[in-house]
Design a protein around this ligand. Structure first.
Ligand code: CTP
Length: 400
């Protein structure tokens, strides 16, 4: 049974197709999943709560204020779930969900999700085709949600159009695919650099930058989840090490260079997401630098750090491995600069982004630049961007 041991929350919204949620719950049960149901008030007008009690063995959650719940039922449900599927997802639920609302048990559970969320929309074809629904779906996708359907066919009023709920077995298949780990990087070794570097001036001062390390940590986490052996060379950041990842902490650009050099030949892929300092102080004082009353200005002399990616690109020469992915963080002429870095550093792929889009936040707006051209990805969570980058890596590794 493909969903054996999986815990699924089925969210039922108020549309005619709500009756098909009964068949979905039964199908998930047949595939071995434990299912709990959360319904909107509107859904109870289309299908009886007792029906779900009968087939899941416990009453569906409908009312956040029901005194029968000991604690916060939406938190408990969302924490229990390995996946949440909203079927049918009405136009109204998609809109409220895209806006981050939590004004009923279903929406509050979805907002609490720490697991994949799958929407199976169903509505009249003009509602599905409306600009606002399209906008909401785009937003939810960008937030990391998944969709199955709707499909085209006869709608409740007899008209034919796009808006029918996907078949319950197809929704179950989509869940299956979502929960089955895709191990497309199994057997590969992925080297990731992340975070800033700190270039010491004296024992208490350094030159640094605003990189949070979140992008590189998301890349390491997703590569490990997709089956790769991952080594994460991290500059000074206070982020937890992702599961299954070997972490090497470094401080300066030269330390990062040494750590990556030593591991480069064993890697299938190097992703340079670190914001490496281009310059370091020419000297690092062993003692704290003192303020001199008679000195108005202090002039620091900086010397260049190694360009790690360019050096490794040169070392790789005509070989095609390790695959080299670099980043270009720019404040102007984004794509021209990214293309120049692609050539200069002999990289296979450059992830280009504006400094104001991604620094320190959980999202980023990126364009992928390679010899084949440019691909704008729009605004994505760093986790989703990590997966999009790794998708391209997997495709390139498959080439001879
Ligand atoms: N990089 C590197 N070593 C450096 C500087 C950058 O390996 N000393 C890598 C970064 O990790 C990134 C890519 O090169 O993958 C581009 O970094 P970026 O700072 O945008 O480019 P620079 O080459 O430093 O150019 P500039 O700062 O002039 O834009």
């Amino acid at each position: 049974m493909t969903l054996s041991g999986k815990q699924i929350v089925v969210g039922v919204a108020g549309g005619i197709a709500a009756y098909k949620a009964v068949e979905l719950v039964r199908e998930l049960g047949r595939r071995g999943a434990s299912v709990r149901v959360v319904m909107t008030q509107a859904a109870t007008r289309f299908v009886g709560a007792v029906t779900f009690t009968g087939i899941t063995g416990r009453p569906p959650v409908i009312d956040l204020w029901d005194p029968a719940y000991a604690g916060e039922v939406h938190v408990e449900l969302a924490s229990w779930a390995h996946a949440i599927v909203v079927a049918p997802a009405t136009a109204n639920v998609l809109a409220r969900s895209a806006a981050g609302m939590a004004d009923d048990a279903l929406l509050a559970t979805v907002l609490c999700a720490a697991c994949p969320v799958l929407y199976a929309p169903a509505m009249f074809h003009r509602m599905w085709g409306s600009a606002s629904t399209a906008r909401n779906v785009t937003q939810l996708r960008a937030d990391g949600a998944h969709f199955v359907g709707p499909v085209s066919g006869a709608l409740a009023n007899g008209e034919i159009g796009m808006g029918r709920l996907a078949e319950p077995s197809d929704i179950a298949d989509a869940l299956d695919a979502l929960l089955a780990p895709s191990l497309d990087l199994e057997g590969r070794t992925v080297l990731v650099s992340a975070g800033p570097t700190h270039e010491d001036l004296d024992p208490v001062r350094f030159l640094g930058n605003k990189s949070s390390g979140k992008m590189g940590f998301a890349l390491a986490e997703r590569a490990a989840a997709r089956g790769a052996r991952v080594c994460l060379v991290a500059g000074p950041v206070a982020l937890p090490t992702p599961a299954g990842v070997e972490r090497v902490d470094v401080r300066s650009a030269r330390e990062m260079d040494a750590a990556l050099e030593a591991r480069f030949d064993d890697a299938d892929v190097l992703v340079m997401s670190a914001a490496v300092a281009d310059y370091r102080p020419e000297t690092t004082s062993a003692e704290k630098l003192k303020k001199a009353e008679d000195r108005e200005a202090l002039v620091l002399r900086l010397v260049q750090n190694p360009d790690i990616l360019a050096a490794l690109g040169a070392r790789r020469g005509e070989r095609r491995r390790p695959l080299l992915v670099g980043f270009a963080l720019e404040t102007q002429d984004l794509l021209a600069n990214a293309r120049a870095k692609l050539a200069k550093k002999r990289a296979d792929l450059i992830v280009a982004n504006h400094a104001m889009d991604g620094l320190g936040t959980d999202e980023n707006v990126a364009t992928l630049v390679s010899a084949e051209g440019e691909e704008a990805l729009g605004r994505l969570t760093k986790r989703a961007l990590a997966d999009a980058i790794l998708d391209r890596v997997v495709a390139r590794l498959a080439q001879p």
